[in-house]
Design a protein around this ligand. Structure first.
Ligand code: F6P
Length: 350
């Protein structure tokens, strides 16, 4: 941590920028001997595979790893414990995160960030690897701004981190949702009902859109695109009934609104019985799919490669079919959204 900051001299985090190591000649970059790793925000299947990859790859290069429990909460409380390469055995296939996670309010304050940085100094952690989503990345960036180098790994089922096309946990969550919706379709068809299913995604509709295509949903509602309820929902369902369909699957991304209200509106307007189901946290659990294990492992290795090269304050990303890394300040300024054309294409399948 930069010496000038302390609990009595707090940083103005907004006015600072994380050091961009692209501008540091390779020979002058630090040689890192000790790193810390934590998982933060909502857990995601594959987080364990990432921790394992970081621990094993770091061990390969003689870098010591401290596991930090309960995310940033454990960071500022000093919950650091060294992890050896054998201690990550049997974690690859396990859902959740064995380091546990939390959403730390304290870490949203300069005091929390300074306390976290001080704990890194206490344990000799020179670089912190943070596995999490956008919110966790903001915490990592704040640490970087006061001189604790960081590397971010994208871990969230929502796939809503702008600088990367893929986030760890996304594939497993979509598969879990798909399997549940296939089951709901069986019962909806038997009763000629409408099944309104709310999927996770916070303010993003990536899970909803792709699961909708994969399950042959009649309607998908996502927060990125406006909806004309009469035309896009009611008329579509009635048109599907008139063409002889026996079930009506409506997928609602949680950022759109309440599935129960939507089911009531559909039933009132169409006379077709509608039943809401909120898949909820079910989507966050379970053994990671092959894709998540692979991406989590390769991204973990990339994080250690960045550490080895002294390429710090980076976010590991998947772009254009390759795993690479971007500067944390630049990565957090990027934006991504779902385009209307992507949504329109799914309507060809009705
Ligand atoms: O970011 C992952 C996520 O599962 C979102 O899809 C969801 O909105 C949120 O976390 C739920 O958070 P919590 O587990 O804190 O209720």
């Amino acid at each position: 941590m930069n010496e000038e900051y302390s609990l009595t001299n707090l940083p103005d985090l907004k006015s600072l920028k994380a050091k961009n190591y692209d501008q540091v000649p390779e020979k002058e970059r630090p040689q890192i001997k000790t790193i810390g790793i934590l998982t933060s925000g909502g857990d995601a299947p594959g987080m364990n595979a990432s921790i394992r990859a970081v621990v094993r790859a770091a061990g390969h290069f003689g870098i010591k790893v401290f596991g930090i429990t309960r995310g940033f909460h454990g960071l500022w409380k000093g919950e650091f414990d060294e992890i050896g390469t054998r201690q990550v055995s049997e974690t690859l296939q396990r859902g959740g995160t064995f380091l546990m996670t939390a959403r730390s309010k304290t870490f949203e304050t300069p005091e929390g960030v300074v306390k976290g940085a001080q704990m890194c100094k206490v344990f000799g952690v020179e670089v912190l690897i943070v596995i999490g989503g956008d919110g966790s990345y903001c915490g990592a960036r704040d640490l970087a701004r006061i001189g604790i180098p960081v590397i971010g790994l994208p871990g969230t089922i929502d796939n809503d981190i702008a600088c990367t096309e893929y986030t760890i946990g996304y594939d497993t969550a979509m598969n879990t949702a798909m399997e549940a919706i296939d089951k709901l379709r069986d019962t909806a068809s038997s009763h000629e009902r409408c099944s309104v299913i709310e999927v996770m995604g916070r303010r993003a509709g990536y899970i909803a859109l792709n699961v909708g295509i994969a399950t042959g949903a009649e309607v998908v509602l996502i927060p990125e695109l406006p909806v004309d309820f009469e035309r896009d929902v009611i008329r579509t369902i009635l048109a599907c009934r008139n063409m002889g369909k026996r079930h009506y699957i409506v997928i609602v991304a949680e950022g759109v609104g309440d599935a129960t209200d939507i089911a009531t509106r559909i039933e009132e307007a169409t006379g077709i019985e509608a039943r809401p189901t909120i898949l909820g946290h079910l989507q966050r659990g379970g053994s990671p799919t092959l894709r998540d294990r692979l991406m989590a492992s390769l991204m973990g290795i990339r994080a250690v490669e960045c550490v080895r090269q002294g390429k710090l304050n980076r976010l590991v990303v998947y772009r254009n079919g390759e795993i690479s890394d971007v500067d944390i300040e630049k990565g957090l300024q990027m934006k991504k959204t779902i385009k209307a054309e992507e949504m329109d294409r799914s309507k060809y399948l009705l």
